[in-house]
Ligand binder design. Structure first.
Ligand SMILES: *Cc1c(COP(=O)(O)O)cnc(C)c1O
Length: 410
């Protein structure tokens, strides 16, 4: 008997079929594949993004603004749709800046973070009037010099490397040496220099983690962040008009993970906004999110090329793999490889346990390890769920020189 690893996942149970064919965004996935004319591809369902933002807004205080962190999914149609739903964008490069500005967004609602911003990127951001989240004193001095050369006053915020750590996040930040942000203890001196250099100071940015599914951990981090921001703001005469509290809200990828309890965030976010407004007046308060807003709206679709039996185990060898979807292969920051939810597009009834692998010449190219699903044949389609964030652009697409994958916005 072949061991079955996959347990059930809420995202799999929620799937809908019509005539035995999986639907996404109200369409048969086989029809989407026929429209595109090739596999593999990603398909993003805009209605799910809209719904996600609405649920989040309902749980958060009105005063809390939402920004979309574009690196999660920078497809221009996705970004355009998100701009209609959220209050601003967070960019991480000049390339993302162009996509952001193409949407017609007010540059005042765009912030630019990243530890290694080149002078040409900084100049472009200064000219566009985007807020630069400064990650070091030396970057601050470059920004001031570039602003002088351009005859423009750069808009800046300080990204703070907090003295605490957000626990149980998928990725931890803060509390240790870091290439991100300015160590909290150095911020007061930096604020003096911001003033001397004549920069347009807007406020603080604290991003302390990602992929967090525990409301209590988010609450704790938010409380500490507010405390830190209030303490830092009290060390300067510069007015703080913006506080970006980060976010780090996660989505469930693996069978035992539970979705984040949004309602549990209402008291802590309400308390955070009240304390910030009591201390700083009418300040703009931002939560910036990537994965949480788009991650569950996307699927990755690949076609079976071969079904192979080897020593009693079955492998469905597909035309897509880690070169398009590194995170589903378990090689994008996961410590222990676990399966993303995967499913067959045709619900044929007959179940079989099979490993879903890609075409690359490496055993790392594994999308589903011993998963039970409808029996697959060459030509059939397989989907990977929870694929709307950190998919195509977070993958080494040129590895092995296969064709690049398509993206489809529904
Ligand atoms: C990547 C990133 C985000 C988005 O993180 P998610 O986990 O996708 O929500 C937000 N802010 C900054 C500064 C980032 O670098």
């Amino acid at each position: 008997m072949i061991e079955q690893l996959e347990l059930t996942h809420a995202a799999l149970e929620a799937l809908e079929y019509e005539d035995g064919v999986l639907l996404w965004g109200g369409r048969k996935v086989t029809d989407i594949a026929a429209d595109i004319g090739m596999t593999p591809f990603y398909a993003y369902d805009r209605a799910r993004m809209t719904q996600r933002v609405a649920e989040l807004r309902a749980a958060l205080p009105k005063k809390m603004h939402l920004h979309y962190a574009m690196k999660a999914n920078p497809m221009p149609s996705v970004v355009q749709h998100m701009v209609g739903l959220v209050d601003g964008l967070d960019i991480a490069s000049e390339g993302e800046m162009h996509v952001a500005l193409e949407t017609g967004i007010n540059p005042n609602d765009v912030s630019f973070a990243g530890p290694g911003k080149r002078n040409d990127e900084l100049s472009a951001a200064i000219k566009a009037g985007i807020t630069i989240n400064m990650e070091s004193e030396t970057e601050m001095r470059r920004i001031a010099a570039l602003g002088n050369a351009l005859g423009r006053q750069p808009k800046v915020a300080i990204r703070v490397n907090p003295s605490f750590e957000l626990k149980t996040a998928g990725m931890k930040m803060g509390g240790r040496p870091s290439q991100f942000g300015v160590d909290a203890e150095r911020v007061p001196a930096m604020l003096d220099e911001v003033q001397q250099l004549g920069l347009h100071f807007r406020g603080f940015h604290v991003f302390s983690g990602s992929q967090n599914l525990r409301a209590e951990a988010i609450e704790e981090s938010m409380d500490k962040t507010v405390e830190l921001v209030l303490a830092l703001a009290a060390t300067t005469k510069l007015e703080t008009t913006l506080v970006n509290l980060g976010g780090g809200l996660g989505i469930p990828y693996f069978p035992k993970e539970r979705p984040l309890d949004l309602a549990a965030l209402t008291p802590s976010t309400t308390r955070a906004t009240e304390r910030l407004m009591a201390g700083l007046g009418d300040v703009e308060i931002i939560m910036e999110l990537g994965r949480y807003l788009v991650g569950e709206s996307g699927i990755y679709v690949t076609r079976v090329i071969e079904v192979k039996e080897s020593r009693g185990s079955y492998f469905a060898i597909c035309d897509g793999g880690l070169h398009h979807h590194l995170s589903a292969s378990g090689n994008f920051g996961q410590v222990i490889r676990k399966n993303y939810p995967v499913a067959a597009v045709l619900n044929t009834g007959a179940q079989k346990t099979v490993s879903i692998v890609g075409p690359l010449c490496t055993p790392l190219d594994l999308l589903g390890d011993r998963v039970t699903m409808s029996e697959l044949a060459p030509g059939d389609l397989v989907v990977v769920l929870q694929s709307g964030a950190y998919g195509k652009t977070a993958s080494p697409e040129s590895f092995l020189s296969h064709p690049s994958c398509q993206e489809y916005f529904i």
